[in-house]
Design a protein around this ligand. Sequence first.
Ligand code: ADP
Ligand code: MG
Length: 792
Amino acid sequence: MVKETIRVYARLKPLGRRQQAGIYSVDDEKSASSLEIIVPRDLADGFVNNKRESYKFKFQKIFDQEAKQDVVFDSIAKPVAECALAGYNGTIFAYGQTGSGKTFTITGGAERYSDRGIIPRTLSYIFDQLQKDNSKVYTTHVSYLEIYNECGYDLLDPRHEASRLEDLPKVTIMEDPDQNIHLKNLSLQQASNEEEALNLLFLGDTNRMIAETPMNQASTRSHCIFTIHISSKEPGSPTIRHSKLHLVDLAGSERVAKTGVGGHLLTEAKYINLSLHYLEQVIIALAEKNRSHIPYRNSMMTSVLRDSLGGNCMTTMIATLSLDKRNIEESISTCRFAQRVALIKNEAVLNEEIDPKLMIIQLKREIQELKDELALVTGKQRTSQLSQEDLLQLDELIETFLEDSDPESALDVGADMRKIKYCFTYLKLRQNHSKISDEKLLSHHISEEKETSKEAEKEELKKMKELLQQRDNEINILVNMLKNERKKAQDALFQLNAASAGSTSLKQSHCINVEESQNPSRFFSVKEAKDLSSSVHRLPFLSRMKEGKMSLGCQEAFEVFKQDHADSITIEDNKQLLKQRFAEAKCLGEKINEVRNRINHLKGEITQRHIRRAALAVSSPSEVLDALDPVEAKLRTQIEEEKKSYKTMFNRLKGLKVEIEHLQLLMEKAKMKLQKDFEVWWTEGGTNLQTQQEKTVLVSSLNTTMVYPQFVKSSQDLSANSFSETARANSNEDPSGKNSSIVFNNLTTKIRTSPSSSTSIPLTGDSQTDADILAFIKARQSILQKKGLGNK
Ligand code: ADP
Ligand code: MG
């Protein structure tokens, strides 16, 4: 058992150029680091009543702004992954306000390969280690759960097309009589290598992204738990080890500050997210001594993470901080939470269990071996029963022993447990009998009462036989009862499995085996795992766009949207990088082939030399052959060198492969996000436009000055068409939008929505919104034109 407090780390997010840094200092020491945050006077007035200005917090280690992902992984996640490999449960959770870098730390950034977060790095590390360890048989599964508004959703179910969170299978909590938590409907997907696991992660992340709407803001308000389940077994051993590694991206921890009477912010603040409030209550209860009740059941998240908090788990917390001046208050509350978490003690135990079936098989084998051994030594085949002859002999032996008055005499029946046991039974019977039959058997006058004694003995024997029969019957009844009970239990288990096909247990991962054998269809074949990313394309809107059924107007708008979208640069960059990597891989492949050819050639040369030397030995045997051939030695060193470079290049190629796969996934994700953003913008555009139009009816009579900072150069009354033309030409010329602003007088721009009506569209002056409106108008216009309704 490993007893230790939860390890708490802090990570500071790099601040943007426009952000004003708060004042803080990091004091790094060997065993612990401390973070001091200074609250400026203006903030301190409202923030704390006693006007304290400086706060100091201790952490296991603090990762300052420039800390890279690999360093964070090495110090935080690697030790936890190692424990999980050894059979202990582990949890790493990120806690902090929205935008402080939780997702970046846990999953990683979507742009660069080097930005991979803890999950992909942990997967890579674990599979690397598994490959190296041949002593055990490992099975790995992953699951990905999102909890939003007290509802759990399975992010990995391949059977569901997700376009909304509600479309994903709902996961519910069940508690068994032993208070173990089971998650019904959460699928455990087998991943036998890094690639399969990364594909699953990608599927989950994409579902997570697609399911987010501006209304639910799932990424900031939900908790995501990615779990790696590892089970291992040594070949031939009945002991199985199970461990779970939870990697948790919690909801944003921001609180609503309570405003006091004088408008001052009070220190006490309320969570936006109720489940984080319950998490805090659990933490407070755990940190208090002598608290018997811990309110885990108040929320789904605390129920699921029960073992991670004060239970059988090695837990690590990463407090993510964005030490911008405006965020000082939130940062301090994150640090305070971290200090409380650091007090909690966990007790991690090795999760080992014996598989009873394997145990029985092993014991049976052992018995047979022992029997064989015994038969070999004694030369006799041993049965469990003694023969009648043996029994008679034994009776005699015992009687003689008992009659012998010599205190030194011994009863020697040999090293046979059956005989020894029989002796004890015999003696016991005799002892009992002696009590009943007036000690006749033990009296010293056996000869005198031989007849009676024999009769009594017979009587006794009969009684004993009856007793034995009765015991046999009792045993039979008990055995039958036991069989019935076991059958009932099996039936119940079978029904439970059938009823909740899909109910899986997070608590006891050994259910995997049961499920696997009984319901193989629930498990995911390798092929399916590979098809996962393609299943994402089945999303209704995106598939419409993919199948080319998207209307032309929509397509055009999409093109415009794409040009302006921030991610398009990333996609382009990654595309270039991918090309480069492909080229590099190709080049490397060619080089590897060359090296291989060279090695083969060198080998050929050596063989040639051998043949020549052998021939020489035949023709002139006097020349001794064991003299070292310097040419061959040189060839061998050459081969060694070539091999070395072959190995280096091969490893590099392997690395490149992983990087290329990751880049492909990143691009796929970015594209998906782009399409999704476009979908939101496109649908919202319609509603916005309508409201804008309604407003225009009211204000179009007013002649107010409008500012067009980006798109319009002249002050003519432009038609919508020429507006968007300008918009496009302009956004191409000046994507940064640094054009000088042009002020002009007409408030609205005209657009014909039907042959009979013409509506005015107001521009807002906000360059981004106006760009969106214009692109939208352009797209709509083109649809109408296609329908023959537009202004010709
Ligand atoms: P959260 O999940 O806490 O809401 P994110 O992880 O989404 O925050 O981070 C917000 C933004 O800041 C993202 O664009 C992310 O890429 C960036 N970011 C966060 N942490 C870092 C970091 N350590 N280095 C670089 N960028 C970061
Ligand atoms: Mg996030």
